[in-house]
Design a protein around this ligand. Structure first.
Ligand SMILES: NC(=O)c1ccc[n+]([C@@H]2O[C@H](COP(=O)([O-])OP(=O)(O)OC[C@H]3O[C@@H](n4cnc5c(N)ncnc54)[C@H](OP(=O)(O)O)[C@@H]3O)[C@@H](O)[C@H]2O)c1
Length: 344
C-alpha cells in the first residue's frame, strides 16, 4: 500500500519514518509538514539514533493538503492536535483511510480508539463509518494511556476494575521537538502537562469499554491521574494503584501479565512484539533507560507488582516507549491489524 505521513518531521513523525523504512506492506511515498515544506527530508534535523533512512533522503516535504495525497491508499497522521482537527475530519468525509496519533478524533463515538492487543473488536465501529459513507478512520491513544492500559487489560479481564489512581513520570520527547525548554526541564520535575490527565482518564475508559449494539459503552471504573514531566529523554513510567471488586493475588496478576497475548501475536503482524507485556521481578525495575526498548520499544515492562492496603488492591509500575509503543509503532501495528482484517 502507498502511504502518506502527515507531520512527518517531528518527534513522532521521525519514528514513523524510521519504522516504515523497509516495511513489508507499507510504502511511504508522501511526507507532509508545515515549516519544512519544499525541503529534502535528508536535509532536516534528524533527532533519532543513526541516520535518516536512505530511501527517504530525497523525498521532498509536501504541503498538508488533499492534493498532496493523490494516489495514496492510507494516511498516517502525526499532526499536532490543533492542526489535525479539521484536516482529519475532511479525510474522513472524503473516504481517505486514516490512522491517526493525534487526539482530535479519539473521543468521537464513531471512531475506534485502539490498542491493537487490548480492544481490536472496537474496529467494528468502522462498519458504521462505511454505512455513513465516511472513513475508514481509526486512532491510537495518548502515549501515557497506552503504557498504562496495556497491562490493565488482562487484569480487567480476570477481575473487575473499580478504581484507578495513577501517577505518570513522562519523558521529554512526549512534548515533541524541541519541546520543553532545557531551562525548565533540567534539574526539575514539572507537575502539570496540559490536557494529559483528562486524556488518561477518558481514553482508558473508552478503550476498556464494551461494544454494545454498535456503540461503545465506556468502562465504569473511576480514574484519577497526576501527570508529571521528568528529565528523561524517552520512555514514560506510570505508577498504578488499581482497586478491584474481587481479591487479587499479586503472583497470579504477574502470571496473567506475562502470559498475555492477543490478535496481533496470533496474526503474526510485522510490527507485533512476541510478548506485549514483560514482567521484571527485581525491586528496582522497570526503569526507562533500561526497559523502554524491550522488543524494539513495542512491549511495555511491568514490575513492583505488590499488594496495596487491602486484598482487593494492587500496585504496579510500568514503563513503555512513548514514541514507539505510545505513538508511531502502535499506529503502524494498528494499520497492520486493519489490513489483516481487510478494513483498509
Ligand atoms: N511525542 C509523543 O510521545 C506523542 C505520543 C503520542 C501522540 N503524540 C501526538 O502526535 C502528534 C505529533 O507530536 P510530536 O511530538 O511529533 O510533535 P512535534 O515534534 O512538535 O512535531 C510536529 C510536526 O507537525 C508538523 N506540522 C505542524 N503543523 C502542521 C501543519 N499545519 N501541516 C502539516 N504538518 C504540520 C511539523 O512540521 P514542520 O516541521 O514542517 O513544521 C512537525 O513535523 C501530536 O498530535 C501529539 O499529541 C505524540
Amino acid at each position: 500500500m502507498k502511504v502518506a505521513l502527515l507531520g512527518g518531521t517531528g518527534a513522532v513523525g521521525q519514528r514513523f519514518v524510521s519504522m516504515l523504512s523497509g516495511h513489508p506492506w507499507f510504502d511511504l511515498t508522501v511526507i507532509t509538514g508545515k515549516t519544512s515544506v519544499g525541503r529534502r527530508y535528508g536535509d532536516l534535523k534528524w533527532i533519532l539514533e543513526g541516520e535518516v533512512p536512505e530511501e527517504f533522503r530525497d523525498l521532498v516535504i509536501a504541503e498538508n493538503s488533499i492534493e498532496s495525497l493523490r494516489g495514496v491508499d492510507l494516511v498516517f497522521s502525526a499532526l499536532p492536535s490543533r492542526e489535525a482537527r479539521e484536516f482529519e475530519r475532511e479525510l474522513m468525509k472524503r473516504g481517505i483511510p486514516l490512522v491517526s496519533n493525534a487526539s482530535a478524533l479519539r473521543m468521537d463515538p464513531l471512531v475506534p480508539l485502539v490498542i491493537p492487543e487490548v480492544n481490536p473488536d472496537h474496529l467494528s465501529l468502522i462498519e458504521r463509518q462505511v454505512e455513513l459513507g465516511i472513513g475508514p478512520a481509526a486512532t491510537d491513544p495518548n502515549c501515557t494511556t497506552t503504557v498504562m492500559t496495556l497491562p490493565l487489560k488482562p487484569l480487567h479481564e480476570a477481575y473487575t476494575l473499580k478504581r484507578l489512581n495513577v501517577a505518570s513520570y513522562q519523558a521529554l520527547s512526549g512534548a515533541g521537538y524541541p519541546g520543553v525548554p532545557s531551562y525548565d526541564a533540567i534539574d526539575n520535575v514539572i507537575p502539570f502537562i496540559p490536557g494529559e490527565e483528562e486524556k488518561v482518564q477518558n481514553e482508558s475508559r473508552k478503550i476498556l469499554g464494551a461494544i454494545e449494539r454498535g456503540e461503545i459503552r465506556m468502562a465504569d471504573f473511576e480514574v484519577q491521574a497526576t501527570c508529571v514531566r521528568v528529565p528523561v529523554l524517552d520512555g514514560h513510567t506510570v505508577a498504578i494503584h488499581a482497586e478491584f471488586e474481587e481479591e487479587v493475588d499479586p503472583e497470579e496478576a504477574a502470571n496473567l501479565l506475562e502470559g498475555f497475548r492477543s490478535e496481533p501475536q496470533e496474526l503474526e503482524l510485522p510490527t507485533a512484539p512476541e510478548q506485549p507485556i514483560h514482567v521484571r521481578t527485581e525491586p528496582d525495575r522497570p526503569q526507562p533507560r533500561y526497559d523502554r526498548n524491550e522488543e524494539g520499544g513495542m512491549s511495555v515492562v511491568v514490575g513492583r507488582i505488590r499488594r496495596g492496603s487491602n486484598r482487593r488492591s494492587l500496585l504496579l509500575t510500568v514503563v513503555g516507549h512513548n514514541t514507539i509503543r505510545g505513538a508511531a509503532g502502535q499506529a503502524i501495528l494498528l494499520a497492520e491489524l486493519m489490513r489483516a482484517k481487510k478494513l483498509i
